[in-house]
Unconditional design. Sequence first.
Length: 344
Amino acid sequence: MRIVLMFLFIYNIIGVYAQEKPLFIEGEAQGTSYHITYLDKKNRDFKSKIEKILRKFDLSVSTYIPNSIISKINSNVEYVKLDKYFITCFNKAKEVWKNTDGAFDPTVYPIVNAWGFGPGKKQQIEKQKIDSMMQFVGFDLIEIKGNKIVKKDPRVALDFNAFAQGYSVDVVSDFLISKGINSFVVEIGGEVYAKGKNGDGLDWTVGIEKPIDNKLDANPIKAIAILDNLAVATSGNYRRFVVEDGIKYAHHIDPKTGFPTKNNLLSASVFSIDCISADANATGILVMGLEKAKLYLASHTELQAYLIYSDESGKYQVFVTPGLMNIIKEVVEEKEFSLFKNNQ
């Protein structure tokens, strides 16, 4: 089953002549791929343990698994025992929902399904139907009381897919740290956290793609950033979308209208000390649009962002928060980068 975040792909560049040989593991999880590079003097292989963690994670917050905790809650199963993964996601979602004035809202799930961007079958979209569904969209309609979910309307349903992948990066990172690993980079479905240095004693670096409509292949690199005990998550409108009657509809649903967002913001790469915050805020920022995003970032200096938007002539423009000036640079010449492989 799948937790799907078809956003920007992020790349890690490792020095070819490493002083300490990095260990590299990769695989499939959450309906996407993961790539992990780490330095370990004991040369341990953590693949099986990490995949076990990711399976347990899915059983908590994946809407694509019918018997997951979140699926049971959405189906109004009685006496669902909440675990730490679900509670962390719920609390972070509530925090970002409040901060973004509802631009980020996991209760938009029924409408996401109706548009065909969830596990449910796409429905025929009509304004009257969307207006009816909007009656049970709103994070003020659901809360945790005594380790139990309480809904004001039984039709309220949750979708953590917009940021759970970022949280899974944090979970795997915490596991590596618990094993004494202090130099690593974890990427799951394009969301990344890096700590320490690579085998050459250099910073880990990641690339941010140009936001070109492309559902399958990697796009040219737009910028490169240094990650030093930092996470980055990117939300964009060019990976998951549908086209009906010649009109493109992005998969980001505005919780205040029930319709896909319409603004000139093409992608939002958000940097934070943890990936769950970066991922959730990237989604909220993409929904709110460029001008509101600038105001939001000015008042939330714990976040840094690299925003790509389209100007009136259709050309790419970039807004960069001050905290990124020394760690991110534009790519002048396009260069091919292989995902998490060595590059000269």
